[in-house]
Write a protein that binds this ligand. Sequence first.
Ligand SMILES: *[C@@H]1O[C@H](CO)[C@@H](O)[C@H](O)[C@H]1NC(C)=O
Ligand SMILES: *[C@@H]1O[C@H](CO)[C@@H](O)[C@H](O)[C@H]1NC(C)=O
Ligand SMILES: *[C@@H]1O[C@H](CO)[C@@H](O)[C@H](O)[C@H]1NC(C)=O
Ligand SMILES: *[C@@H]1O[C@H](CO)[C@@H](O)[C@H](O)[C@H]1NC(C)=O
Length: 475
Amino acid sequence: MKKHLVLMFVWAHLLPWGSAEKEMSAVGDPGMKRDGLRVAFEAWNFCNEVALEAPHMGSPRAADCFDVSNSTLIHKVSEVDNRLGIGKTFKGMSADVMYNPDLYAAQKELYLGSLCEVSETSNPWQFWMVMLKNGNFDTTTGLCPENGKNPIPPFTTKRFPCYGKGCMNQPTLNHQPTQLLPDGTMRGWFNGTYDLDADIGKDLNLSFYEVIWEKKLGSGSWVFNHKLKTTSKYPWLMLYLRADATKGFSGGYHYETRGMLNSLPESDFKVKFRLEVKKGGGPKSQFYLLDIGSCWKNNGKHCDGDVLTDVTRYSEIIINPDTPVLCSPTALGNCPPYHITPDDRKIYRNDTANFPYGAYHYYCAPGNAQHLEQPVSLCDPYSNPQAQEIVQLLPHPIWGQYGYPTEKGQGWVGDPRTWVLDTGGLASRLYFYQDPDTPPAKRIWTSIDMGTEIFISDKDEVAEWSLSDVDIILM
Ligand SMILES: *[C@@H]1O[C@H](CO)[C@@H](O)[C@H](O)[C@H]1NC(C)=O
Ligand SMILES: *[C@@H]1O[C@H](CO)[C@@H](O)[C@H](O)[C@H]1NC(C)=O
Ligand SMILES: *[C@@H]1O[C@H](CO)[C@@H](O)[C@H](O)[C@H]1NC(C)=O
Ligand SMILES: *[C@@H]1O[C@H](CO)[C@@H](O)[C@H](O)[C@H]1NC(C)=O
């Protein structure tokens, strides 16, 4: 009690000096309130590369960035810039990437970033990122490395979807540059399909993605309306809105990146946003209320671009109530070795009386880890440029203290909500693999995003959601 009083006394003295000012946003556009929008687009193949550009689309990187002056939108990126593809030069491009679609895309992102950059403060930032990914994997191509090892020989498996040659293609990209409409709404969009030779408007059952953004000039938040449709040819698609680091590597991408996070969140931060899920996308839609990504090596050191030892780390909370619990007392290999409670108690997964099995959808360990506790599930070795580790959570009372969903259905269709998630508190207590006797990695989250991964659906499915007011607040 005495200690408590002393603390209160100190607190009271500190307040006037600005405890409120201590809270700082980690994103360039806190709450998405800035009229002058910065948004970009990137599309990835199965291992987060390009491999082959879609005909006439250029490299799958684009941006819509503008300032507003006297009710006029002054665009910073032209459609010529957006269609830049291999063989075409741009300012800052190094000659050796000219005919390499992977490296070209990485440099095009930097170029678009240079056009969009806002440097009003000492921490410049570039854009929110719409990320689209095709989950088809043609294992006969040898295109994707195995835990970063390249090249790999072609192999056959039924594990990955692919209808045949060309299944890993990039999509079409249509863009309506943001316009100011007569009613004072600003509106623009990206959309497209993976079905490259389809007759749009005539062919039914086409894969489809779309992101429409809109905002009233001078008030409110940008609202990003997303749609994603899978088909039998493209049964595994992902669409997210990401806040990525403005420099360095962001989650899952092994090239220098551009983004929105001009301060990098570590352990003391909250993620705030409003999400309305309109269509769930079926039982296979792993809708991530939140996905956080980072990278560190198994010895705890920072990633440096060496794909053999860098490991992407992801944690996601899935809110689709149809998502099953794969971690259980009889499937310990799908659970992390232990859980840490908010008061920092460790509960081993073999402690069947206390371990919160229902709080974990699935855990998988990096394929290049040398000292794994058995039993263990290894993460897919092909879907990232390097090894990866994934901790997937489900709504559960144990997460309540962090403001996370505690029950199935929360935040799902019919339950739009504004979330304030203590992601820093939760993420610093998650299990991630490290080699024994190595200093704990500094967990710096370089990617924070929301959206869905429709994971190999046997039916055509549509997911639809809107996201607004995104902020990441450093405490
Ligand atoms: C703003 O636009 C209005 C209408 O087009 C024009 O009359 C006015 O001069 C403009 N103001 C400035 C500062 O450019
Ligand atoms: C993209 O949206 C426009 C405008 O709504 C529409 O005409 C077009 O068909 C859409 N593209 C695709 C691939 O569906
Ligand atoms: C579209 O898909 C539905 C269900 O997957 C199927 O029954 C229908 O025949 C398909 N239509 C076309 C034109 O392919
Ligand atoms: C539970 O797992 C921990 C960590 O692996 C181990 O030390 C302990 O002996 C196990 N307990 C039982 C009862 O198996």
